[in-house]
Design a protein around this ligand. Sequence first.
Ligand code: AMP
Ligand code: GLY
Length: 426
Amino acid sequence: MNILVLGGGGREHAIAQKLAESAQCDQLFVAPGNAGTAQIAQNLNLNPTDFDAVAKTVKDKQIKILVVGPEAPLVAGIKDFFDKNEDFNNLMIIGPSLKGAELEGSKERAKIFMESHNIPTAAYQSFTADNLDDGKLFLDTLKPPYVLKADGLAGGKGVLILKDLDEAKIELTNMLTENKFGAASQRVVIEEFLDGIELSVFVLTDGKNYLTLPNAKDYKRIGEGDTGLNTGGMGAISPVPFADEKFMQKVETKIIQPTIKGLQKENIDYKGFVFIGLMKVGDEPFVVEYNVRMGDPETEVVMPRIESDLVELFKLTAQQQLDKAELKISSQSAATVMLVSGGYPEKYQKGKVIQGLTNVDTNEVTLFHAGTQLENNQVLTNGGRVIAVTALADNYKKALEKSYTQIKNLCFEDLYFRKDIGFDLN
Ligand code: AMP
Ligand code: GLY
């Protein structure tokens, strides 16, 4: 069976790796991919949001499963695009329809969904430029810190958490009237601050049945001790030590089940991943956000712990037969540390030679490439996040030790990584 994975980051490398391990996988393609995916699949120079080009490739390469890695093609309606064309009736797509993708594409939509299905989340109201003054009055009723969220996709940058009321009012104004986050902030969700510890839960669903995949915690800030600017993610561990069985049972009954039932009740065609960002407040889970894809770098710790055949899981997902699936998860812990380019998440340079790749002990760690590119047989940096170094061990501390030991073999100009992943878990 030929498979095409759309995307080119560490997430897609980790998914592709798992697919490549399956006996059911014949030819594997990744578009656009990176220097890591080039080792296990054929990279295609294709823009995942150019649906006509994707369709041509699906035909030319006789693709049977199309796995959509990032959110952009989903929110742009890739699933609906293929569903409309009879030629692709038999194509299995891993990724929700447009209606499903709105759970990530619009914060307000996600809030309304949670409200309708009694899913615990922070209290909120949403505003546009037309009722900016009401927004300011709403802020007056809240306690600091104030959480302002651009409604639309803003590349993970659209959330502001502010301690000062006046500053919150100014930023609300900037978002609504000065296009602070472009079109994404034409509508702003203001919500109550949840004081707790974050974790992510991943679900694979066919819209009716679901499998709860390994959970994970990522480290979003650039600086040690969770300081500085937000990034896409600087490292992750799985499973999350504080998400014990009792807590995960609550997540299952209060969050995951009502989410899947909600999709069914609203007739949403959803065959793909649901990434549920949670806040554990006391012993209770609250949803911070839905994403309609896997997380990055969470995938780099989730996939290595999945022992089942991923091609089989995807087939059952597309056929709406996930109730027949058997999910085997490794009891080992996984940790990943992201190597990034100096300056990231602000300005950084690309094109630096990555040295030492062959010195890394691949019995100890797996390298998932993120922003890398092959040029004249050299692997060069090609993004802010460059390589995720993942290890498995009996516990997350040992896994981290393995990653940090092997990172010493790698080098490129201005290489930076956080040395304190997992620091808050003792
Ligand atoms: P989001 O894009 O909605 O996940 O928000 C980005 C980040 O902001 C989250 O990962 C949290 O760290 C933080 N955040 C979002 N909403 C809240 C909230 N209501 N209370 C506390 N922190 C929040
Ligand atoms: N690591 C967070 C995300 O993928 O959205």
